[in-house]
Design a protein. Structure first.
Length: 108
């Protein structure tokens, strides 16, 4: 597997302490607006310009990717790993559902 699944607490610790990390939410814009992790960038995996937006990212950074429950972010992690991203890839295990259940901060 080219990425690592992390539970909410280690996921938060990772992107909070790594200077080279980028937090990406791959849900739809409507889902993102309902509540997201502070600092997250919204790149909808289902949008037609997903590939184009991903190609514009720095391939040397570490990416922390999340969605609602972990499925779409797993697909995004696979896409990143198959397209030359050299940094570490992390998937939020259980997605925003697990994040919220852990009482971690959500921004609207």
């Amino acid at each position: 597997m080219a990425f690592k699944n992390l539970a909410p607490i280690p996921y938060k610790e990772g992107f909070s302490t790594e200077a080279n990390s980028v937090l990406i939410d791959v849900r739809t814009a409507a889902e993102f607006e309902e509540g997201h992790i502070p600092g997250a960038i919204n790149i909808d995996i289902q949008s037609p310009d997903f590939r184009e937006k991903v190609e514009g990212l720095d391939k040397t950074k570490n990416y922390y990717i999340n969605c609602r429950s972990g499925g779409r972010s797993s697909m995004a992690c696979n896409y990143f790993s198959q397209n030359g991203f050299e940094g570490n890839l992390y998937n939020l295990d259980g997605g925003m559902l697990a994040w919220s259940a852990s009482n971690l901060e959500v921004e609207e």
